[in-house]
Design a protein around this ligand. Sequence first.
Ligand code: BES
Ligand code: MN
Ligand code: ZN
Length: 501
Amino acid sequence: MSIEFNTKAESAETVKADCVAVGVFEDLGLTASAKRIDRASRGAVRAAVSSGDMKGKRGTVVVLRAPAGVASARVALVGLGASGDFNEKAYAEAVSATLRGCGAGVTTLAIAATEWKVAGRGADTLARALVASARASVFRSDELKSKQARGAADAQTPRRRITLLTGGRERAVEDGLRQGKAIANGVDLAKRLGNLPGNVCTPDFLAAEARRLGREWGLKVQVLDRRQIAALGMGSFLSVTNGSVQPPRLIVLRYEGGARAGFADPVALVGKGITFDSGGISLKPGAAMDEMKYDMCGAAAVLGTFRAIAELKPRINVVGVVPACENLPSGSATKPGDIVTSMSGQTIEVLNTDAEGRLILCDALTYVQRYKPAAIVDIATLTGACVVALGNVHSGLFSPDDALAEELLAAARHSGDTAWRLPVDEEYQEQLKSNFADMANIGLAGNAGSVTAACFLARFVKDQRWAHLDIAGTAWRGGAAKGATGRPVPLLTDFLLRRAA
Ligand code: BES
Ligand code: MN
Ligand code: ZN
């Protein structure tokens, strides 16, 4: 890792680093630390402001070299924009602008970001956000590049130690940093897995990653193979694997942090692990089909969340279930019209083999109920319709349980990993009627695609506290900076930490 974090209770002018970063608001002017530096340096900061070099504009950074009276070798003045607009996003941008602009020669950076106040956010949340932003700025997925290419990129990324000046908020800032690091470790794992291609990140690869997590972090991990999956009666899950030569895996992880003996009342996380989704016989169009390697981002989020909580050790039990397989066409693939029997006993007419996520999730949802979970949350890149509805800003949240939905929304707000609630009403259920089986796997009318997908899942979690997160739009980004985002690891981790508290 090329970036480390710690805290210091020192003040900006006396802390000794290669650079100390202080904020300047467009409307309010100098922050407290900027004023202290200004006093110590007999007006160096105000000179930068009055000369017009630093107007406090968002995203701008001005570096003063060796100002007199300041212990650090440089001072970075960081423009924070208008204080009224200074939200979580602006804070994250200010952090990454600081890292970019403080000088390539800077190895140790002290940053007075505790006083970059965002309305409604505590010092702990901002410390978390600092780590998230800094870690995102150095993340790379280059393990499949040549050694030379990796070396060249390494040489461009300086190793850095970031010291967050606590400004009298030691405990909160330290807690925030600790959580931020663990969450960033989880996010980075989810990003890495999401970015790995389908020929590397196979169902068995995901299983091996889960086992490794188990070994390194003391989690219990079980991996079921095709024979064991068949013995459980998971005919719906297995129908998706028919066209693939990669064997399916059902991965079960357990984190045992609960106060009482035994594995009582766990929270269940169920993640869609389609390591490549071609659509199957209902083949997808060719354009950007490579992006369907991200169809295991629900699984990646489960593993990432386990990584984060294994480090933070909250007092809670958590079970993770990941059905993992490929969805490919072949002579043995499931065909439109085929009828399969799920583990629950309900039969499903597969009208479209591209609606495969729900076919693997329904059996995983049935399976996880043997743990008598306190709540079940499934996470899936489930529908293109969710991307149409919410874009890449909010994950879609579906739950018939208002209290659980509110809990998840609170965690979403608090972590900045946002979600938006959509309905799962009975009225939509009739779209899933089939003349020949208990249900069809797609909605008859072809509208409300994300809702009918959620309604399909709801049929397998009767009398359970259950929520579904559709992360099709939020788990990855297209375009030039394409890649997995690691969402919703921050949301899920926050949810579990709050439950444990
Ligand atoms: N994995 C896709 C959903 C998806 C689409 C994720 C775009 C990310 C970006 C899912 O398996 C799928 O193909 N869903 C179909 C459902 C349809 C056939 C009812 C879809 O959304 O088109
Ligand atoms: Mn599909
Ligand atoms: Zn899919």
